[in-house]
Ligand binder design. Sequence first.
Ligand code: HEC
Ligand code: HEC
Length: 314
Amino acid sequence: MRRTIGLVLVLLFAVAVAGGWWLFDQGAAAARGPLHPGPEIAELVAAAPGWADGVSAVEATPRERGAYLLAAGGCASCHTADGGDALAGGVALDSPFGTFYAPNITPDAEHGIGGWTFADFERAMRRGRAPDGTAYFPAFPYTAYAAITDADLADLWLAVRAADPSPTPNRPHEVPPPFGWRALLPVWQAVFLEEGTLAFPADVPAAFARGAYLTEALAHCGECHTPRGPLGGLDRTRAFAGGRLGDRTMPAVDAEALADWSVGDIAFMLSIGMLPDGDFVGGDMAKVVENTTGPMTAADREAIAVYLKGLVTR
Ligand code: HEC
Ligand code: HEC
């Protein structure tokens, strides 16, 4: 009897160690690490007229900057439903795990986040936690937003606060167990949520760093274009290599996939959605162009292009 118990304990221990290693591996694949440009980076920057003098600065008040960040963060793509009030939620987000409904984030006291402080907002955006400590589903791309700078987060908060309060009630998510169990999310977050700003090798060009920040932190392009592991975490060892989201196929947009696109081709597509062959992007990407990249400055779209073509991913 004692020997059986001993054997079971040893087996359980072995399973726990193997599971731990596997989770550790998944987490390592999801880590961002320093973002390196390839040797042709100077050429790419030279092809971006908005960065001709090395920098691209926009004069704006904090409120205007906040409105810009709200667009660059693509918040409306999920939080503003067709025909609904701005940021009042309700957009259905299909995923392999079920359907999520983005909530009302207007300052309405009852249905929105009217009672929130900036500290509550910061915790939601950086740590994926509600004011009462419950964990959010990663359908809310806080793993990307965690890298937003302090200054930008403060301006973004001003813009969220400036929305008209809307009495639109939230819709409950339709996500079957086990994926619908919030209690499991802290484990997911421990493996896949990386806090802190982006890291670069010394002397990366400003256009590359700005492009990285827009692509990784704000516009969360990898949420669709980077393949995911079995637990739904991004596999950054294959950043932008394309993948599947449920039954939808996401094209690769890494340097190899975009080899025939110039910086200008990519920036132009991001402005109005037109591909180099004259066709237009559809579906999810049309929404990204409308809500996220279309409203950006030309220099910021070029920075994204420089980053996608310049990033060394493998
Ligand atoms: C890809 C879709 C998506 C995008 C883009 C998105 N969100 Fe969300 N957001 C969600 C979902 C889904 C939830 C609910 C998560 C949950 O219930 O666990 C959420 C929750 C939130 C919450 C918590 C609300 C509450 O009532 O607890 C805040 C605050 C928030 N989002 C702000 C933002 C801001 C600001 C942006 C833009 C910078 C943004 N979101 C972009 C999908 C999105
Ligand atoms: C919500 C998911 C989603 C997000 C977020 C997203 N994309 Fe896309 N993207 C797509 C889909 C789907 C397509 C294919 C559209 C089509 O074929 O009509 C696409 C197409 C593209 C293409 C054209 C690729 C080709 O070979 O035709 C580029 C370039 C691109 N996206 C870049 C970006 C960038 C840059 C961002 C961030 C600013 C981004 N995407 C964010 C889903 C997304």
